[in-house]
Design a protein around this ligand. Structure first.
Ligand code: SIN
Ligand code: FE2
Length: 206
């Protein structure tokens, strides 16, 4: 078991930050948003290989990726061309509670992990605001989050994330490799069609 001090500076885990009732509210927000901004299949730049999650976004900007355009932020949904639904108040409040960043996040990525989905080790680096914290919420099935250092392939620490948990990556942790190595599919009934939903808020512009 890793000591908290083994985690990079700026890593914070808030177990069960959201109550079961608040988790239901968040899932209802996701359901409403994805009626107008449906989940889309993200693809790797150049190869076009699909990621194992499907995605949507809240906020003035949304993170998208496809074969032709690669990783980027866009103000419109890639399929409908419509603006993304607004960031729910409950998420704005979370950002203000757990960060002291003066600006609000512009993007909140919605990742849906269905059976077998994971997220390879990566650094979030498509933002101009490279020092703004990243705040993420876990909903539904438990997942193993791994975080290493600023170099790919180094030693990593694991943290089990449960529904309602919040993670903040600030300071040094903001530049560290991280990913989801496994989701314990079928453990939670929160997500109506099963699996895990992760909401990741980011400030994009300076
Ligand atoms: C990510 O870092 O892109 C997602 C992390 C998570 O699903 O908890
Ligand atoms: Fe990330």
């Amino acid at each position: 078991m890793a000591k908290p001090s083994d985690f990079p500076d700026g890593f914070a885990h808030y177990p069960l930050y959201f109550s079961p009732a608040e988790q239901e509210t968040l899932i209802a927000e996701v359901r409403t948003a994805t009626e107008t901004a449906p989940f889309f299949q993200p693809r790797m730049p150049r190869t076009g290989t699909p990621l194992s999650v499907v995605m949507s976004n809240f906020g003035p900007l949304g993170w998208v990726t496809d074969k032709e355009g690669g990783y980027r932020y866009e103000a419109q949904h890639p399929k409908t061309g419509a603006p993304w639904p607004p960031l729910p108040d409950i998420l704005t409040k979370l950002w203000q509670d757990v960060t002291d960043w003066p600006d609000l996040p512009e993007a909140c990525l919605i990742n849906w992990y269905k059976d077998g989905a994971k997220m390879g080790m990566h650094v979030d680096r498509d933002e101009l605001a490279v020092n703004a914290p990243v705040v993420s919420v876990s909903l539904g099935d438990p997942a193993m989050f791994r975080i290493g250092g600023p170099q790919r392939g180094g030693k990593t620490q694991g943290v089990k994330l449960l529904s309602g948990d919040v993670v903040v990556l600030a300071k040094e942790a903001r530049r560290c490799y991280h990913g989801i190595s496994k989701v314990d599919y079928g453990q939670s009934a929160l997500v109506p069609k099963g699996g895990r939903i992760n909401l990741t808020m980011r400030r994009v512009n300076l």
